[in-house]
Ligand binder design. Structure first.
Ligand code: ZN
Length: 479
């Protein structure tokens, strides 16, 4: 039996998080608003109105193009994409066709499981307006124009992805990048990031492309993965049975977890693109472009690589600590303040800080425990001023009070007790209070040692040097 590989390309629509729409001053994000409340003559295409391009849309688009290593055209054009559909009152969508803002591009996608990097090319990157949406309600077809004119970037990959997992990874990295750049909320459930997948299969080793199908209406990364797996499976069965794959458009049915045939695909020529006569060419002079690009931060995958090379972090740590931009900045500030081994800071971040922010559902920037305070706590543990468990308690206390760690140690007397005689006195106290356990220990039940040390730590409110407590306890019990 022939074995096949999948050839997958993803078409994404990214909603830019501007305040207003792309060509008018209506509010862009209508997620919480009733239907048809954020509309005006421009975005509903009434006769005699003129679109005006929103600067912020261009700026966010340029940031994305630069981050995708796309060539940014100094002059680009808007075009009309003509089609008839009830959610498109103008009868055309303003988009960019052959002379779009971005040309080419790529993302080098790390695949931690296989240890490799996949070079994913970008074939299209352009600005456009969204259409409205229709839904069936009360036995009627209802139309909501709120989404008309919402700014989008459409970005399309080459047929470079080979598995459903790679497709999911690409979306995870894209979502991370969009949030990192602050240009989109990238929430798939709210339609800020939408994805269609083109899928075909071919014998392993072949270089040609077979007929593909397009999967639409998938609104989570898990659903994209699942829908692609199902479609690869279906195509494999069809081809094995001697049938041809037809260029269908398929719709993902989230509730039932199945693909449904929507229609046979239309071709690009149907849209009759031509230049939008109501808009001037978009000119990006060097000054404006330079000003936009000065706001481009170090990108997540670059920072991830640097955390490994510069700080010697394992890939696992680097991945988690760069999942979100603010988290990576917090970590780096703490490393700087600490001055010692970054891996040590990473351990505290992953064990204590992340648990705290995840439990409370907040961002690290909302913590009262600043990176400098975290570094101080680690130093207090390093120097032996407090033991590790006190250090962990300090993380909580500093964050509750916003006070400096050293101040809390001083005020609450938390410094580790390494004074032999003080610990010895408590050990004797514990023995005096627990004659039964002492007898059992002396009778051979040496596993009780942990319990004795625990009692000492409890009486000393966790401040005793645990190693010292253990050795003194041992010495006394074995007398
Ligand atoms: Zn409007």
């Amino acid at each position: 039996m022939t074995s096949y590989e999948a050839v997958i390309g993803l078409e994404t629509h990214i909603q830019l998080n501007t305040t207003t729409k792309i060509f008018c001053s209506c509010k862009a994000d209508s997620w919480f608003d009733p239907p048809n409340t954020n509309i005006c003559p421009v975005c509903t295409g009434l006769p005699g109105v003129l679109p005006v391009l929103n600067r912020a849309v261009v700026e966010k688009g340029v940031l994305l193009a630069a981050a995708m290593h796309s060539e940014i055209r100094p002059v680009s054009f808007f075009d009309r994409k003509n089609y008839f559909y009830p959610d498109l009152p103008k009868g055309y969508q303003i988009s960019q066709y052959d002379m779009s803002l971005g040309k080419g591009g790529y993302m080098d996608l790390p695949m931690p499981q296989s240890g490799g990097v996949r070079h994913i090319t970008i074939t299209k990157l352009h600005l456009e307006e969204d259409a409205g949406k229709t839904k069936n309600e009360h036995g009627r077809r209802m139309i909501d124009f709120n989404r008309c004119g919402v700014p989008l970037v459409e970005m399309v990959t080459g047929p470079d992805l080979r598995t459903a997992d790679e497709a999911a990874q690409y979306l995870i990295r894209l979502r991370q990048l969009l949030r990192w750049l602050g240009i989109s909320e990238a929430d798939m459930e709210k339609g800020h990031l939408r994805c269609d997948a083109n899928v075909s299969i071919r014998p392993v080793g072949a270089t040609y492309l077979n007929t593909k199908t397009e999967i639409k209406n998938v609104n989570s990364i898990d659903a994209v993965r699942e829908a692609i797996l199902k479609e690869i499976d279906r195509q494999t069965r069809e081809v094995d049975a001697g049938n041809r794959i037809e260029a269908w458009t398929l719709e993902w049915d989230e509730d039932r977890g199945v693909l449904k045939k929507m229609r046979s695909k239309e071709t690009e020529a149907d849209y009759r693109y031509f230049r939008e006569p109501d808009l001037l060419p978009l000119r990006l002079d060097d000054a404006w472009k330079g000003q936009i690009l000065s706001g481009l931060p170090e990108l997540p995958l670059e920072r991830r690589a640097r955390f490994m090379s510069e700080f010697g972090l394992p890939e696992y740590d680097a991945d988690i600590l760069t999942a979100e931009r603010r988290l990576s900045e917090y970590f780096e500030a703490a490393v700087k303040a600490y001055g010692g081994d970054p891996k040590r800071v990473s351990n505290w971040m992953m064990n204590d800080i992340l648990r705290m922010v995840n439990d409370r559902g907040i961002s690290v920037t909302e913590l009262k425990l600043t990176p400098v305070y975290l570094a101080e706590i680690i130093k207090l543990v390093d120097s032996g001023t407090v033991n590790t468990s006190t250090g962990k308690a300090l993380v909580q206390k500093v964050d509750e009070t916003g006070k400096a760690p050293a101040e809390i140690v001083q005020a609450e007397g938390l410094a580790k007790v390494s004074d032999d005689s003080a610990i010895r006195a408590v050990c004797q106290e514990v023995m005096a209070e627990s004659p039964k356990e002492v007898a059992a220990f002396k009778g051979g039940k040496e596993t009780l040692m942990g319990w004795f040390v625990g009692q000492v730590m409890k009486k000393m409110r966790g401040k005793a040097d645990p190693a010292l407590a253990r050795s003194i306890m041992e010495e006394l019990l074995k007398q």
